[in-house]
Ligand binder design. Structure first.
Ligand SMILES: [Zn+2]
Length: 375
């Protein structure tokens, strides 16, 4: 499952984690690629909208079912490092092709960063964390296990991956193209918590700003994850509880850290607004929640869709998810709770159970308020 936020990112008020949803929702949608923002909208609008797919933006929390990454705590109280294992190689996995994709992504992220004026970020507290996400991806370029195929070989040769990944270079991650995982989620990207794999769909497009934003959403979770592991190195029980939280048993409902999700959504929302030179906020302010949900009046954003290279229904829905987020996110500091609750609402509709971390770093259930105008 992916989730997490960045410790260097915004204060928790603005941060949040977005849900990862699993999308059982769409059995009837095999031919569509739903990406999650859209999912959200569909979930919100109701079953009638499910026939339409989104090319969503974000994330799915990857389901660790295949390889629960639970750390064992030894009897003397020390903890072993978290397991670095991940799913086996997916069918059709092509390591050479993935190398090419990774290079394209790294170039695209650097180009995207150069193109954005981070001074235009609306909530200044978000800025350092957002810049960190780009740095995280850039630093990972030096990770010699960034290709999942190489990572798996290293794992098979008993290399001490836990030391490499968790201690020495805590923010390293590997990329993996795996439609077999994402098809069930219908997302363009997902994050596997513990071993820190960035899972992409085979049609992930490094030239699409929306896809890059989806990846940065996942990177937000990754940053949170790495931060947490570092923070709790001397606290094995807390780390174990955390890992357990992100382990998903078959048939179990997804769990969602609402704050980490809100943060990841905030990252996407801010960046999209910067990319659009403020037009996301303007548009959100000009539409009611109901208008956004009804997907109405798309003529209002034709130019925007063009700029985002959005040319299909799925991606339009994805954009709408971010428009909805923007509607609340830009509403001002006195409405932070409403923003978090709309993210919580979306994830809840996607089938997740809602949690937040308490001051002892343990997850506790989160109860959101009803969304005004929708419930
Ligand atoms: Zn998320």
């Amino acid at each position: 499952m992916g989730r997490k936020n960045h410790r260097n990112a915004p204060a928790s008020k603005e941060g949040a984690r977005s849900p990862r949803a699993r999308a059982d929702v769409h059995k009837n949608a095999e031919n569509h690629r739903i990406r999650n923002a859209l999912l959200l909208i569909a979930a919100i609008v109701g079953p009638a909208a499910l026939g339409v797919m989104f090319k969503g933006s974000n994330d799915g929390t990857f389901d660790n079912t295949m390889n629960p990454a639970i750390t064992a705590t030894t009897s003397d109280g020390s903890t072993s490092q978290p397991s670095a294992s991940g799913p086996d190689l997916p069918p059709d996995f092509d390591e050479a092709k993935l190398d090419i994709l990774i290079a394209q992504i790294e170039n695209a992220i650097s180009a995207f960063k150069a193109q954005l004026n981070f001074d235009k970020i609306k909530h200044p507290k978000m800025k350092p964390g957002i810049i960190n996400l780009f740095d995280l991806v850039e630093r990972n370029a030096k990770n010699d296990l960034k290709n999942y195929g190489k990572y798996k070989r290293a794992e098979a040769s008993n290399k001490d991956l836990s030391a490499t990944r968790v201690t020495t270079r805590p923010y390293d991650f590997s990329y993996l193209v795996d439609d077999s995982t994402l098809d069930s989620l219908k997302f363009v990207a997902a994050y596997s918590h513990f071993p820190r794999h960035m899972i992409l769909s085979s049609d992930f497009n490094p030239n699409s700003p929306m896809d890059l934003l989806a990846m940065l959403h996942e990177a937000t979770h990754l940053g949170t994850d790495a931060d947490f592991v570092l923070d709790t190195r001397d606290n094995p029980e807390t780390l174990r509880a955390y890992l357990y939280f992100y382990t998903h048993k078959p048939g179990e409902k997804k769990k969602c850290d609402v704050v980490d999700e809100a943060k990841a959504w905030a990252v996407q929302t801010e960046l999209l607004n910067v990319f659009l030179d403020g037009d996301l906020e303007k548009l959100a302010n000009s539409m009611s929640v109901r208008q956004i949900m009804d997907r109405g009046e798309s003529h209002r954003y034709e130019d925007i869709l063009k700029k985002l290279k959005i040319d299909n229904e799925e991606e339009i829905y994805s954009f709408m998810g971010l428009l909805l987020s923007a509607k609340y996110y830009f509403a001002g500091p006195n409405r932070v709770n409403e923003y978090i609750d709309i993210i919580a609402y979306i994830h809840e509709k996607l089938g997740a159970r809602l949690f937040v971390m308490d001051k002892n770093k343990r997850f506790v259930s989160y109860k959101r308020k009803p969304v005004v105008g929708l419930e």
